[in-house]
Design a protein around this ligand. Structure first.
Ligand SMILES: [Zn+2]
Ligand SMILES: [Zn+2]
Length: 162
């Protein structure tokens, strides 16, 4: 889903931010100044799709051959991001996050601790350690896990193919 209505588009990384003032500048070429912002912008790139080139450029150069921009262009169906911790020490950084997505009626979580390194003055992603998580069921009257404040049945239960 590449959305061209950027004036009103909310940023995938946070429903509180406008895309234009949040992750868009990084997608357009600005270097993310912190690992947390880089992580958010990569998450947004995965959700929006069509930003495979950006994802490759923010990957450790020695690991880029494993992917093609085309493969990374495919939008991912995450519905919410939670950044739990981030830290930087010199040219090394770390971000722990949870990315939520729906899969066959279950709420699943990608819980990862990502490692970053500064390469030629730019933070790039190195790799991630994945934690085991337990999928949850969501009742239709529950608040939607995307953070919209709506009931699940009036929000992502309609949008997602469950
Ligand atoms: Zn953002
Ligand atoms: Zn929702």
């Amino acid at each position: 889903m590449t959305n061209t209505q950027q004036t009103i588009q909310k940023c995938p990384c946070s429903p509180k931010n406008d895309y234009q003032d949040c992750c868009a500048p990084f997608h357009l070429g600005q270097f993310a100044p912190t690992v947390a912002l880089l992580m958010r912008s990569r998450y947004s790139a995965f959700v929006l799709g069509g930003l495979g080139e950006y994802l490759l450029n923010t990957w450790l150069s020695s690991q880029r051959e494993a992917y093609t921009a085309q493969e990374l262009d495919k939008p991912q169906n995450y519905i919410q991001l939670q950044v739990l911790k981030s830290k930087e020490e010199g040219d090394l950084g770390e971000v722990e996050f949870k990315a939520y997505y729906l899969d066959q009626g279950l709420l699943k979580i990608l819980h990862e601790k990502s490692a970053f390194v500064r390469e030629n003055g730019r933070w790039v992603y190195v790799n991630g350690q994945i934690f085991k998580t337990i999928p949850k069921t969501i009742a239709s009257q529950d608040t939607c896990p995307c953070g919209s404040g709506k009931r699940f049945k009036q929000c992502h239960a309609l949008k997602a193919r469950l």
